[in-house]
Design a protein around this ligand. Sequence first.
Ligand code: PMV
Length: 313
Amino acid sequence: MWSASAAGKAILLGEHAVVYGRPAIAVPVSGVRAQVRVTPLAPGEGVRIVAEDLGCTFGLESDEPDERALPLQATVRNALDYFGCHAEGLALRIAIRSAIPVARGMGSGTAVATAIVRALAAFAGCDIAPQALSDLVYRTEVLLHGTPSGVDNTVVAFEQPVYFRRGVELAPQRVGAALSLLIADTGVPSRTRDSVAQVHQGWQSDPARYERLFGAIGALVEAARDAIAQGDIATLGELMSGNQRLLVELGVSSPELDRLVSAATAAGALGAKLSGGGQGGCMIALVTEATRASVQASLSASGAQAVYATVVC
Ligand code: PMV
């Protein structure tokens, strides 16, 4: 048996603007993971992809009617090609299980794809460097999201805080003091593809306004990069809340997200914002040891379906 896992992720600042060449800062959520186990099958049984959480099994056939199979099949095919294995002669069961909520901006599809590639690397007896892993998973991201910036596959493949800018060599994000985060799920599924398309429509109809908003978000990200490196979490909190105001102007927040952001701030969070594509999905709050419990209770009382705590070092 060969197994591997991959972490969920949260975007601290910069989502959407990152698609338009501005920087973003993202962190892994290492305690919430996707797991993949690869086991041999009897010869002739082919490759079976078992999505345990969905209760579905898919082959590698291109006529599979269930559209959820496509990114999984593509990831397996791309990984097997990359490792020089011929899918046709193989008999393998690839079992997937994930604790990351689906369609909530926590990188569930990215983590599943990353864990598949890692598990198939183990099966093939190959090492894969984080950048090559990220590049391979980017191909799945294109199927999932259309025009991904690449931030999700990067932070999940490297599993460390990243300052990411499209087309620019990756810079790890220095963390001067541990960041204590709460990630709250609105329970409302949202497709990144849809929110990215909506922002794109807005940008097409009023490019000057959208470029101004993207520029303002980019400036907050630059300031946050320094604040995180210096361990200045009070400033980071203000920058995150400023980013949320700009995301509201971009039209990607939602009543549920606004409610959780207000609840976190009122309960003492240093900053709070949506994280990921928005229009549902998750929000993040920056807390301290002293405020974590009260913010968590307030998020749950305000309708959060789940609250995940993580510390980024
Ligand atoms: O996949 P999500 O929902 O975490 O969103 C990714 C962040 C976006 O900036 C909205 C899209 C992208 O490709 O960077």
